[in-house]
Design a protein around this ligand. Structure first.
Ligand code: F6R
Length: 603
């Protein structure tokens, strides 16, 4: 989603533009920068489109020792120069960048700013105009005016504010949108994502909701909105900056698909002991084993991983498991069992929809666990427990390796709980062997990607729509496969429980409509073959993907055998590759599909 980078103390233009470039993967449609050289000169540049278009608006001499920059993913108002951030007040004294959404901006505008000259359609401009109004009318400092404004706001925000009458400070505030402070040697940075500034510092302090701050080049001060100073120890972020680089790959998505075998092998080392048994924090396992029902909440791809997680948890622990879209549960809370346990799945750990459910769970004292790829994230911090996905930075907007890591980690967790409950023995469901088989099976597919590219080219890219079919555990994979294909290639794709097609949707099948069938469920493989015949009879162009044991001579792709319950680890990979090649062959920006953002921090 939107990205923020600010710095006090050194070459602001360079640090901000490079930081914003590092954030490009999150998706944006316009960008802006404010620079102040602390010697009386200031520069504001904004552009629609990409960072290089913003850079082109600055002349080489336009530099700063302080600055704030922003990539905007439009929420209020179209992508345009006027709506891009930084937004400024009518006296051009205050400059503000903002991630998040202010829900009551229209009320605030009519109540306080009916006289103000507004130039944008944004909620952010209302905020900066309010700061300015309070500073002028009540003769408040920038910090005090910001705090007074914050107390009126409803919604989510990460703000950076500069007052050009005191330009060696950046003021900041956070509520529900991520923001962290990077500590440097005679400079301080503030950013929405550590990855954007890892080349500058590895020492960070997280900000929590409801905190405000004031930073200079050699000091930082944080307090709560109520005025209580916040003292928090900095931590070192141990991420290899190379892990976030594309290397020799054309796109991050391909790099991340290819990293999946390594991620599974790493998880084996990380979460299994020498005998191949789960090594998960005892307290988490014991607490979860006491639950009478699990409730998984997530969004998008993580939700699809949750659907597989339900099957794994029920199979290995016997505890009934529900899976819900966080966006729905947040405002229509499910009726709960007597001893519920909540599980949040989130690659980023910042998804606003999931945070709403977690907040409610905290209020109701429901125990919770977050499975995330970012252990410093808000969902990890606020849940009772957190488990790392250990997938390494995922940069492509379309999630791939985080999905497989989520399934592998849930399988390990489910076995740990099952052993505690004695619903599974050490000998059953051999994780070490199956994760090794999955890693090898994925490698075979990657080695065979020329065939998958050919299928994408000949059977998918000229179609406007497509269908994925699956039964049993293949059904949630079909949902994920459909999401992957549509989000990167823009081919409208639906995932179906195969038999459901004939209850309505089969009317959409025409000559050459692509239908991709997943066959990994021994119980329903025969029925799947029947469902395939039904669509073939109506002219569909079918791609079949089957596990070795169930494969027939005419199948397009044959997958290595593995325990049925872990089959999504392999079966999702050809669908990721089909999506990748469909998008690439269409000449699309695979890593940054239109309108999408990597981390969805608005509800
Ligand atoms: C699709 C995709 C999204 C995310 C969703 C949740 O490829 O990546 O659907 O899965 O926005 O994000 P996280 O997992 O960060 O909570």
């Amino acid at each position: 989603m939107c990205g923020i980078v600010g710095i006090v103390g050194k070459s602001a233009r360079e640090v901000i533009l490079s930081g914003l470039t590092n954030l490009e993967y999150r998706g944006y449609d316009s960008a802006g920068i404010y620079l102040n050289d602390l010697a009386g000169k200031e520069y504001l540049a904004k552009a629609t489109g990409k960072i290089h278009q913003l850079e082109a608006k600055l002349t080489p001499d336009q530099q700063g020792l302080v600055g704030i920059g922003h990539t905007r993913w439009a929420t209020h108002g179209e992508p345009s120069v006027n709506n891009a951030h930084p937004q400024f007040d009518e006296t051009k004294r205050f400059y503000l960048v903002h991630n998040g959404v202010i829900e009551n901006y229209q009320e605030l505008r009519s109540q306080y700013l009916s006289e103000a000259a507004m130039v944008s359609d944004t909620d952010t401009e209302v905020v900066v105009q309010l700061v300015s109004k309070f500073a002028r009318e009540a003769n408040l400092s920038a910090f005090a005016a910001l705090k007074k404004t914050l107390k009126l706001l409803k919604g989510s925000y990460a703000f950076l504010l500069i007052d050009n009458t005191k330009p060696d400070h950046i003021y900041l505030a956070k509520n529900k949108s991520p923001l962290l402070l990077g500590i440097g040697d005679n400079f301080n940075i503030i950013a929405s994502d550590a990855l954007s500034v890892l080349d500058q510092t590895k020492t960070f302090i997280d900000l929590h909701d409801g905190e405000v701050g004031d930073i200079t080049n050699d000091s930082y001060y944080l307090e709560t909105l109520a005025g209580k100073p916040v003292i928090r120890k900095p931590y070192q972020l141990e991420i290899d900056p190379n892990a976030a680089s594309k290397g020799t790959y054309d796109f991050y998505m391909m790099k991340e698909i290819c990293e999946q075998p390594a991620v599974l092998r790493h998880l084996t080392q990380y979460y299994l002991d020498k005998s191949g048994e789960p090594r998960i924090d005892d307290e988490i396992v014991k607490t979860m084993a006491q639950a009478d029902r699990f409730y998984i909440f997530a969004a998008g791809t993580s939700y699809h991983a949750g659907l597989v997680g339900k099957i794994l948890l029920e199979h290995l622990t016997g505890i009934p498991t529900d899976v819900g879209y966080a966006s729905e549960a947040g405002y229509h809370f499910p009726l709960l069992s007597r001893k519920p346990f909540f599980i949040f799945l989130s690659q980023s750990g910042e998804t606003a929809d999931s945070r709403v459910v977690l907040q409610e769970a905290i209020k109701r004292k429901i125990p919770s666990l977050t499975l995330t790829n970012v252990m410093e994230s808000t969902l990890a911090r606020e849940a009772n427990y957190a488990i790392s996905l250990e997938a390494g930075p995922e940069i492509a907007v379309a999630s791939t390796k985080a999905y497989t890591a989520q399934i592998a980690v849930m399988a390990i967790l489910a076995k740990a709980i099952g052993k505690q409950l004695k619903t599974v023995t050490a000998k059953q469901f051999n994780l070490k062997t199956n994760l090794a088989l999955a890693a090898e099976g994925i490698e075979q597919l990657i080695a065979n990607q020329a065939k998958i590219k050919q299928l994408a080219k000949t059977k998918l890219i000229s179609s406007r729509n497509a269908f994925y079919l699956g039964r049993g555990i293949d059904y949630p994979v079909a949902l994920e496969a459909a999401l992957k294909l549509k989000e990167v290639s823009y081919i409208q794709t639906e995932g179906f429980a195969a038999a459901e097609l004939k209850h309505g949707t089969i009317s959409l099948i025409e000559n050459d409509t692509p239908v991709i069938a997943l066959i990994n469920d021994p119980v329903t493989a025969g029925l799947m073959r029947g469902n395939i015949q039904e669509v073939v009879a109506r002219g569909a162009q079918v791609i079949t993907i089957a596990s070795q044991d169930l494969a027939q001579a005419q199948d397009d792709l044959v997958l290595a055998n593995i325990d049925y319950y872990l089959s999504p680890l392999i079966s999702v990979v050809p669908t990721q590759l089909l999506a990748y090649y469909a998008a690439k062959e269409k000449g699309l920006n695979v890593d940054q599909p239109r309108n999408l953002a990597k981390s969805v921090t608005v509800e």
